[in-house]
Design a protein around this ligand. Structure first.
Ligand code: KIV
Ligand code: NA
Length: 265
């Protein structure tokens, strides 16, 4: 294997090779994701939803993100590992942002960090990049601002918000970010943005013109069966399959079928 770097991602865009990205939050899952040759593993703050059961990404703490990131890093040989800086750990000021980024890099061994926003976090992005830490941007539906939006519907459908998103994308590129996640925006806008910057865009609900795609691993595997947005393609129905397997185990224990003579010492 050859390790994926921030430079290989920019090269992939240049060569027209699409980038695959998935989330992972623990060792066992990250091992499987990395072995399947996914280019980028995101330790997303979506861990707040899928791992901890919160309704939003806001409650997860920096310490909890570092715990997830540390577990993922132990499993990964090939993928680039990007870690979300959680809500409340970078918004107050650029120094806090840098401190959080340094903690993530130092304590988990991650390769890059991701922050939500454009012009609002300009100074923080600058400071983190100045410290030699690669930064990925995140524009469009930024879940840490869900209470500002009020809904999880498609963003940047109006010209004003679309224009700002375009400006933010250019700003993040100029600052030196190595990529930008575009979440839940019209496909036409993703196309326009992707064609006008040299760093890769990674879409989630951003359509086919993004330079790469990202999904939450639990969604792809069908473990989160009640979450059904249009952009989600399910490759398995693990919620059902795991339920069936576990029910069978319960039946086998109750009926004394498990363990058998061969399954004991
Ligand atoms: O936290 C997350 O999983 C994310 C992706 C959806 C991009 O930020
Ligand atoms: Na996130």
């Amino acid at each position: 294997y050859k390790r994926v770097t921030v430079k290989s991602l920019v090269d992939m865009k240049k060569n027209g090779e699409k980038i695959s990205m998935l989330t992972a939050y623990d060792y066992s899952m990250a091992k499987i994701v990395d072995s399947a040759n996914v280019d980028v593993i995101l330790v997303g703050d979506s861990a707040s939803n899928v791992m901890a059961g919160h309704e939003t990404t806001l409650p997860i703490t920096l310490d909890q993100m570092i715990y997830h990131a540390t577990s993922v890093i132990r499993a990964v040989d090939r993928a680039l590992v990007v870690v979300d800086i959680p809500f409340g750990s970078y918004q107050s000021d650029p120094k806090e942002a840098l401190r959080s980024a340094i903690r993530i890099m130092k304590e988990s061994g991650a390769h890059a960090v991701k922050l939500e926003g454009g012009i609002e976090i300009k100074e923080s992005v600058k400071r983190i990049l100045n410290a030699g830490i690669p930064v990925m941007g995140h524009l469009g539906l930024t879940p840490q601002s869900i209470y500002k939006f009020g809904t999880y519907t498609v963003r940047a459908k109006e010209n004003q918000e679309a224009d700002k998103l375009m400006e933010d994308a250019h700003l993040l590129e100029k600052l030196g970010c190595f990529g930008i996640v575009l979440e839940k925006i019209p496909a036409a806008l993703t196309k326009k943005v992707s064609e006008s910057i040299t760093i890769p865009t990674i879409g989630i609900g951003g359509g086919k013109h993004a330079d790469g795609q990202v999904l939450v691993i639990h969604d792809l595997l069908g473990m989160t069966h009640e979450f059904n947005p249009r952009f989600l393609r399910r490759y398995m129905n693990l919620y059902e399959e795991m339920g069936t397997a576990i029910s069978k185990y319960v039946t086998d224990v109750k009926s004394r079928d498990f363990p058998s003579d061969e399954e004991q010492y």
